[in-house]
Design a protein around this ligand. Structure first.
Ligand SMILES: NC(=O)C1=CN([C@@H]2O[C@H](COP(=O)(O)OP(=O)(O)OC[C@H]3O[C@@H](n4cnc5c(N)ncnc54)[C@H](O)[C@@H]3O)[C@@H](O)[C@H]2O)C=CC1
Ligand SMILES: O=C(O)CCC(=O)C(=O)O
Length: 523
């Protein structure tokens, strides 16, 4: 399937003849064909106008039609097969197996949202019948359901060119909610983006969706993204990327005449707690598993275990010895972009020159495009003196904090910012310590794991991939799993409306969706 380098405005290919840009092969830096069009102001305008025009039609389609559209996108993505995987490999430097899995995850989550639409539970339909003779005043008839917000802008993420990009979780959940989507493509993988955008455009055509339901816009710098977030027709933003980028967009969205929500997933160091008995029982195995999680995908996961906390003990020395040995054997890995590699190397250099931090191990050297894994340690007391080292170093670098006591460990935890995950390694005998930590971790993170590693996010109903700031902009939501749909919905109550004006799900009789009627759950 030949790439054309065009944008997609209202599901149609559009070429811009001005200066373009090329992707580069992540592993060699060699430019890849073709040249990609860069959007101009009119493209932002056209995409926003088309999304606004599509919104009332798309939002009010029967749920079954939107479900069929999501499934058609999934089928088109699956049909791209190796063409998609190979281009994503070239552009991202990520390995074949990872991208094959990510392709399946991408189509899988679209199908999961189709199921969510059919279930209808997300509508939170509620009916409180009127009581006209209630004293001292009659009770009105009230009915509630969730409705979509309006056009959504999604920023494709560099580190998941499929599952968090053009047809990734943000797009799938926004489309499921009934919101048209304008994607700001990531310049690191424009070919991958074009292939997926083509799949969405074909699904739009095949299922008869309004064309403005989808656009893909590329652009250099921040101009196009800022223009999209500032457009009054845009009603919400999904973003995965840097803390600087995410907070800039939050500020921009908050300073609009009509502010809008930004669901930004930004930085997280995902603390891992090695509780004493678990550490004693399996120090070496934990050390090895830690490094496997840390170095997966060159450490370019926001769920990467960037901080490990444990109490000083001989078992901790054994853990560290095993982790050190494992890191030393890790081959350098291609990083996503030269910018991300540079940011990683700067982060590692900052740690290496910081007083109190010791680099205990490095991975093997590699090509110029590759990042080397790195393992650092420091004491709890030094961390408390300078907690700035808790800032995310995006890549395969991690910090082990050796604490003198549980109180010191708790003092370290109290200095941490919001996290996507917190992990406990524990045995039965550690339960009391874990129980002390648990309420603290609930306040700290969106997902709490026991005896596992935080990388790899299962896409399910009960998933939370979110957490307090700065792991995300709004810890009340998740960007993975079916609850992600909530970000793009708002409740509307209908008081005393005649049945003919009510949406089907709120009329009396069997509506085929779970509802709460006069305080009682149905279905
Ligand atoms: N924690 C995480 O999940 C991730 C963190 N990162 C961090 O971000 C760094 C840079 O990676 P990128 O993927 O390029 O992220 P980025 O945040 O620099 O860019 C992501 C997207 O947002 C846009 N953008 C960024 N700042 C903007 C602004 N002020 N106004 C308008 N648009 C803006 C960019 O054009 C791009 O499309 C990495 O080195 C890493 O530190 C990157 C990916 C994931
Ligand atoms: O670990 C995963 O599957 C998702 C991680 C993620 O969201 C990210 O790295 O941006």
């Amino acid at each position: 399937m030949a790439l054309t380098g065009e944008l997609f405005i209202a599901s149609k290919r559009v070429r811009r003849d001005g200066p373009g840009f090329q992707a580069v092969a992540a592993s060699t830096g060699t430019p890849l064909e073709p040249s990609f069009s860069m959007a101009v102001r009119e493209d932002v305008e056209a995409a926003a106008a088309a999304a606004e025009a599509a919104f009332p039609v798309y939002a009010n389609l029967p749920r079954e039609k939107r479900a069929a559209f999501l499934e058609a996108i999934a089928d088109e993505i699956d049909a791209l097969g190796e063409t998609l995987t190979e281009r994503a490999m070239q552009e991202s430097g990520l390995p074949h197996a990872r991208l094959t899995g990510e392709r399946g995850r991408t189509s899988g989550q679209l199908r999961l949202f189709a199921r969510e639409l059919r279930l209808g539970e997300y509508l939170r339909a509620r009916i409180d019948h009127a009581i006209p003779d209630r004293q001292p005043a009659p009770k009105p008839d009230l009915r509630l359901r969730m409705i979509p917000l309006g056009p959504v802008v999604v920023f494709g993420a560099s580190n998941f060119p499929l599952a968090f990009s053009v047809a990734g979780g943000d797009t799938a959940s926004a489309l499921a909610a009934g919101c048209p989507v304008i994607v700001k493509g990531h310049s690191a993988h424009p070919g991958t983006s074009e292939l997926v955008a083509g799949a969405i455009a074909r699904a739009v055509e095949k299922t008869g969706m309004p064309a403005g339901v989808f656009s893909l816009i590329n652009g250099a710098g921040n101009e196009v993204g800022s223009a999209l977030v500032s457009d009054p027709r845009v009603k919400a933003v999904g973003f995965t990327g840097s803390r600087g980028g995410g907070t800039a967009l939050m500020k921009l969205a908050a300073s609009r005449p009509v502010p809008i929500p930004v669901y930004a997933e930004m930085s997280s160091i995902n603390p891992v707690f090695l509780l004493p008995h678990a550490l004693e029982a399996r120090a070496e195995a934990l050390g090895k598993a830690y490094i496997a999680s840390l170095t997966m995908g060159a450490g370019q996961f926001c769920t990467n275990p960037g901080l490990v906390l444990a109490l000083e003990s001989p078992a901790l020395d054994r853990f560290l010895a095993a982790a050190t040995e494992a890191v030393s054997g890790v081959a350098a890995q291609t990083m996503l972009t030269p910018g991300i590699l540079k940011a990683y190397e700067n982060g590692v250099a900052r740690w290496a020159s910081a007083p109190g931090l010791t680099r205990v191990a490095q991975g093997q050297e590699g090509a110029a495009s590759c990042g080397r894994a790195a393992l650092f340690t420091m004491t709890g007391a030094d961390f408390i003196a300078d907690p700035s080292h808790a800032e995310e170093v995006f890549g395969a670098a991690s910090l082990l904090v050796r604490c003198a006591s549980l109180d010191e460990l708790l003092a370290v935890v109290s200095l941490l910012e919001g996290q996507l995950t917190a992990t406990l390694h524990l045995d039965d005998v550690d339960t009391e310590t874990a129980a002390r930590l648990l309420p603290i971790l609930e306040r700290l993170a969106g997902r709490i794991l026991a005896n596992g590693w935080p990388t790899g996010v299962e896409v399910t109903d009960a998933q939370v991939h979110g957490g307090p700031f700065p792991s995300t902009a709004d810890g009340r939501s998740t960007s993975v799993g079916t609850l992600a749909i909530d970000r793009f919905l708002r409740p509307v109550a209908y008081q005393d409306l005649p049945a003919a004006l009510l949406p089907a799900e709120l009329r009396d009789g069997d509506a085929g969706v779970p509802r709460r009627i006069d305080g009682k759950p149905t279905l």
